[in-house]
Each structure stands twice: as structure tokens, then as C-alpha cells.
Design a protein around this ligand. Structure first.
Ligand code: TXA
Ligand code: MG
Length: 352
């Protein structure tokens, strides 16, 4: 058990004394949880193997699942990556700081434990003032996976981090709710045609506009196949691990809007008869007549839905709910990342 301090930091104008304290903990090999624009990250000195080991222990994360390294400046790529392509530079210049992670060839400077033994690194510059001032003040790259225990939803508030990591980290910086609410987009830039490994906070349409063609990893189109059977096919080790599934059964209903609506009415009614406690996740005000115990209007637009999704998952886990019934939304823009997280969480996908 570690003594965990919690400090509230102003995200518009981070207090230097608090950032100094956090940076000192990172430099000495400790663990600091900090907000990024996507989700909260569990940070340690990326170049210190024993500090990085603490991340894996605190999260109970398998050691072959590599971490994202958060840097402060594009020039740092020269130190930590090799053979960075023209396209990768272009994406970095255009979208950093921001919710985009690039997978690149790794240099000798990065210890193996940080990259889960791979010869590539995943790297990004976050666009949150607290993260940026922490990385700058510490003067070292910070390895940070999402600050949840493995298998739980990524945290979008400091209170979520407290649920998972209290007593396991030295400091939690509370910088309020994260702006995006879903993790960064991960692109493998080491293959001839870049590959989308995880849809996230930066829509792929924006990336295509910048560099043209990118291919989509099959596990995104078909997450339930997940490449679980064969070790050969995953490009990102994260894909082979079970993704977050709430304790409740997630039932995702996909298809034309009217049919989806009718199916959900039927499912909600059946659950009510069976005395199951259910939640309908509703978007775009499609229907407010679902007879579920809770009908949750997540939002009309992708930004609001993405900010709320993990919050709802955590709420459901904490309130003994038996089932979540969710409507399909369009897999474009941020909708691709939202649908990806819903499909991975789903026990059943019903096509109507
Ligand atoms: O928004 C985010 O990306 C947040 C914030 C804290 O930056 N971080 C985050 O980290 O979501 P994590 O560890 O929860 O997810 C990182 C994903 C994992 O699926 C991991 O397998 C993959 O990136 N990854 C990391 N390094 C990789 C590499 N060298 N090659 C392929 N995939 C990699
Ligand atoms: Mg994660």
C-alpha cells in the first residue's frame, strides 16, 4: 500500500508548485496520475525500467502490453524513434498536441519493458495543459497507459481513478473531467500503408485528408473475432486482451433506425417482465418511451456521446444493473471510436 495524495490543479493555468511536486515524484521513479485531453493517464518515467514496472503492477497489466510514451516536443522523436517517415512527421506536425498516437520504430534509448519487448514505440504529445506542463517540468518522457485497473473503463474523472488506484500510486492530479472521454487514435506508421490500430479521439477522416490512404486493422471491423485464437495477427498487443465489459450484459442493436427502435422497445419490455434491471442508452432522442428502469440520453452529437460513454459504464458497474441496451450510431467521425468501444463491450450484437 502506497500513501496516495490527491491534488486539485487548475487545468487552464496549472499551479507551478503543484506541477513541480508531481514532476519530482516522476523524476524519483514514482507514479503520478494526470489528466490528458482524452482520459486520465498513469504516468512514470518512460526511461526508468523500475518505475515503468510499477505501472504494470498497479494496473495489473500483462507485461507484453506496451505503453504510450508522452513527449513534449516533436524534436524528441529523433531521440526515441528511428526512421520516422515523411507521413509520420506530417501527422505529428498537423495533429500534435492532440489525441493521436503514432507507432514508430524504437531507438535504443527506450527500455524494452516500456514497449512490452517490441521494437516499436507508441508516442504522442497530449494537448492538456496539465499533462504538457508536467512533461515539460519533469524534462523526461512519461509512459502512461489509461489510469484504470486492467479490464475496467478508462477514467474520465479523478473520482474514477480513486476507485481503481487509491493506495497504488503516489499522486493523483485532479484536473476535472477530461474533454474527449475516449482514448487517442493509434496508427501504425511502420508499414507501407499506415494501419489504424485503435479508433479514438482523432477521427480517421482527418488523418486521411492529411496523408491519403490508411488501412483499418481487421479487429476493428470485427472486434468479436479479436484475433484471439492466433498470436500471429495482432499488430497491437492490446487487441488480444479482453476489453472492458461491464458487469451488466451489453446488448447492442444495429440496423435501420426504425427497426432498431422497435427491437429495443421489445427487449426493454421483455426485461421488465423478467424483472431485470436495465438501462437503455439512447442517442439522438430517438425514443423516450423505452420501458427500461433507466433511459439514459447520452447526447445528440458525437462529442457529447464520447464524453459520457465511460461514465455510464462506470455508473452501471456501481449500481447492480443487469443489462445495457444500446443503439447503433453511425461509424463515421468520432462515431467509429464510440462504436468500437460499444462492440468490444457487447455480450451480444443484434442486427435487425
Ligand atoms: O488517450 C490515450 O491514448 C491514453 C492517454 C493516457 O494518453 N492512453 C492509453 O493507453 O489509452 P493504453 O495503454 O490504455 O492504450 C494504449 C494502446 C494499447 O492497446 C497498446 O497495446 C497499444 O496502444 N500500443 C502501445 N504501444 C504499442 C506499440 N508499440 N505497437 C502497437 N500498439 C501499441
Ligand atoms: Mg487502456
Amino acid at each position: 500500500m502506497v500513501l496516495t495524495r490527491v491534488t486539485r490543479v487548475n487545468s487552464n493555468n496549472p499551479e507551478p508548485c503543484k506541477i513541480d511536486m508531481a514532476a519530482r515524484i516522476i523524476s524519483k521513479g514514482g507514479l503520478v496520475v494526470f489528466p490528458t485531453e482524452t482520459v486520465y493517464g498513469l504516468g512514470a518515467n518512460a526511461l526508468d525500467p523500475s518505475a515503468v514496472k510499477k505501472i504494470f503492477l498497479a494496473k495489473r497489466r500483462p507485461v507484453d502490453n506496451p505503453l504510450i510514451i508522452h513527449i513534449q516536443h516533436i524534436d524528441d522523436l529523433q531521440t526515441f524513434a528511428k526512421n520516422v517517415s515523411r507521413e509520420a512527421h506530417k501527422l505529428a506536425r498537423e495533429f500534435w498536441p492532440g489525441p493521436l498516437t503514432l507507432v514508430l520504430e524504437k531507438s535504443q534509448r527506450v527500455p524494452e519493458i516500456t514497449t512490452g519487448g517490441l521494437d516499436t514505440i507508441a508516442v504522442r504529445i497530449p494537448s492538456n495543459n496539465i499533462s504538457l506542463s508536467l512533461i515539460r517540468t519533469a524534462g523526461i518522457p512519461i509512459a502512461a497507459p489509461s489510469a484504470n485497473v486492467s479490464g475496467r473503463p478508462s477514467p474520465t474523472r479523478a473520482s474514477h481513478v480513486l476507485e481503481d488506484l487509491y493506495g497504488k500510486v503516489d499522486l493523483i492530479i485532479d484536473g476535472g473531467r477530461t474533454r474527449i472521454g475516449l482514448e487517442s487514435t493509434v496508427i501504425d506508421m511502420t508499414s507501407t500503408v499506415p494501419i489504424l490500430l485503435r479508433p479514438g479521439g482523432l477521427p480517421i477522416e482527418r488523418i486521411k485528408e492529411a496523408i491519403g490512404k490508411i488501412s483499418i486493422h481487421p479487429s476493428i471491423l470485427n472486434p468479436k473475432n479479436d484475433c484471439l485464437q492466433s498470436n500471429k495477427h495482432y499488430k497491437t498487443p492490446g487487441m488480444k486482451y479482453r476489453h472492458y465489459s461491464p458487469k451488466a450484459d451489453v446488448i447492442l442493436v444495429e440496423g435501420p433506425k426504425l427497426r432498431v427502435r422497435n427491437k429495443i422497445i421489445e427487449l426493454a419490455r421483455r426485461m421488465k417482465n423478467e424483472q431485470s434491471k436495465s438501462v437503455c442508452i439512447m442517442t439522438k432522442n430517438m425514443n423516450n418511451n423505452y420501458s427500461a428502469d433507466i433511459v439514459w440520453f447520452v447526447g445528440n452529437d458525437f462529442e457529447t456521446i464520447s464524453r459520457n460513454l465511460f461514465e455510464i459504464f462506470r455508473y452501471v458497474d456501481n449500481h447492480n444493473i443487469d443489462a445495457i441496451i444500446a443503439e447503433e450510431i453511425d461509424s463515421v467521425d468520432l462515431g467509429l471510436a464510440i462504436m468500437d468501444r460499444l462492440r468490444r463491450a457487447a455480450k451480444e450484437i443484434i442486427r435487425v
